[in-house]
Design a protein around this ligand. Sequence first.
Ligand code: SF4
Length: 298
Amino acid sequence: MKIIVPKNAGVCWGVERAIDMAEAVTHRHAEAKVCHPEARSAEGSSSALISSLGPLVHNPEVVEDFQKKGVQVISDLKEASGGTVIFRSHGVPVELYGLAKEKSLNVVDATCPFVKKSQNFARRLHKHGYVVIVVGDENHPEMKSVKSFIPGEKLITMNPKDIEKIEATKKVGIIAQTTIPKKTLDEMVDACQARFQEVKVHDTICDATKVRQEEAAEVAAQVECMIIIGGENSSNTKKLTHICKTLQPKSYQIEHEREIDFSWFEGIQTLGITAGASTPVPVIHRVKQYIEDVMTSA
Ligand code: SF4
């Protein structure tokens, strides 16, 4: 059986950067314990703690691995009682920087630079008097972060009809959630240009998602079965699965190779494997190797 893996499958640059930053923190802490006895005695004290606000990536294996290295996942900054806190690639609400300072936490800010760019555009548009429209899912952590950088009138939505809530005489500035399809942004821009006199657009969509989706579609269209690796909670993985399923109904999303049912591969000659933006590349290789091993031993 021929297995095809798209060139850019798996972890995106921003998530890889966040993982590297978290790795560096755990190494520093581990080294401090070995080299400085006083740090060893601090183990168990608040200064030895490392936490991440929310899972570092939507990948249970990676999160578990970091837990073993001492990184605890917290859901609220109030839970952090000291030490180091990692802000993940999605970004955090702006007020948390102040709260972390008040609590004397050492912040490792792994917010993706592309998300930082959106935060800066949001802040600047507000400063220059624009009502800011952020095209995205208001429940997504990235949107909660970007929204917090706009102290004034704003609208977070993917539905162009919602712009009727803004007075037609206002000037609007548009930015986008980094992972939305370009078509969704374009529809919002068209609707705004028809309603408002002045519309300023910053296309903040990140290429990583687009490239992964295009490559997954290309592979799904030429294989007889498709495996998509990624966390159950990962929205970009779910989107990939949806795209693949429309082109190849035999598309299956898994978190781990143990979920593979080998009856999926009966009678097929070509298999595609892709992965969401939170799945490290070695995991893709491991799943591929596992399938090859089982198929050759069968
Ligand atoms: S998808 Fe793009 S914006 Fe989001 S973390 Fe990855 S590189 Fe950054």
